[in-house]
Design a protein around this ligand. Structure first.
Ligand code: 5GP
Ligand code: ZN
Length: 148
């Protein structure tokens, strides 16, 4: 992941400025709630970002309508990437918080065409916690969901 971090305050962050047309971007698509544009750091050719138009820092800050709209745009952009670049694989990535590897704190999803041996990697330190721990985690989460 890139290490550049956009620390601009809400409303003047890089993607807000792109949304307002104050910064140049290679735009792909927009609708009422979302915008899609080429990532300036093309990890693979055809790498697109789909962002909310409204400033919202993370997944926890977007509305359900924005979440649905982002996924709708992501699916359309992914189909266009498939038609145009014909990659054998495609990865969606959405980072939240510094520890989650987010560098621009305005909600967005990466739509990334993938190829064999393209050097993209996310280390995945798997642990076998056992069924007892899994049930305990699930119980906590189910309780939190019921309390919503
Ligand atoms: P994150 O690390 O937050 O998931 O992703 C932020 C992405 O924004 C990075 O992949 C980075 O290349 C991209 N980015 C940063 N600044 C700009 C910019 O000014 N224009 C565009 N198009 N992309 C940017
Ligand atoms: Zn913003």
């Amino acid at each position: 992941m890139p290490r550049f971090v956009d620390t601009s305050p809400p409303g003047v962050c890089i993607f807000c400025r792109i949304a307002r047309g104050e910064l140049p971007a290679a735009r792909v698509f927009e609708d009422d709630l979302t915008m899609a544009f080429m990532d300036i750091g093309q990890v693979n050719p055809g790498h697109v970002l789909v962002a909310t138009k409204r400033h919202a820092a993370t997944l926890f800050d977007i509305t359900p309508e924005e979440g649905a709209a982002v996924m709708r745009t992501v699916q359309r952009v992914a189909a266009a990437i498939g038609d145009t670049f014909d990659p054998p694989g495609l990865t969606l990535l959405q980072a939240n918080g510094k520890e989650g590897d987010q560098t621009v704190f305005h909600f967005h999803m990466h739509v990334l065409p993938r190829h064999a041996d393209d050097g993209v990697g996310l280390s995945w330190p798997r642990k076998e916690s056992g069924m007892e721990a899994l049930h305990a985690y699930a119980l906590k989460l189910a309780g939190a969901l019921r309390a919503e």
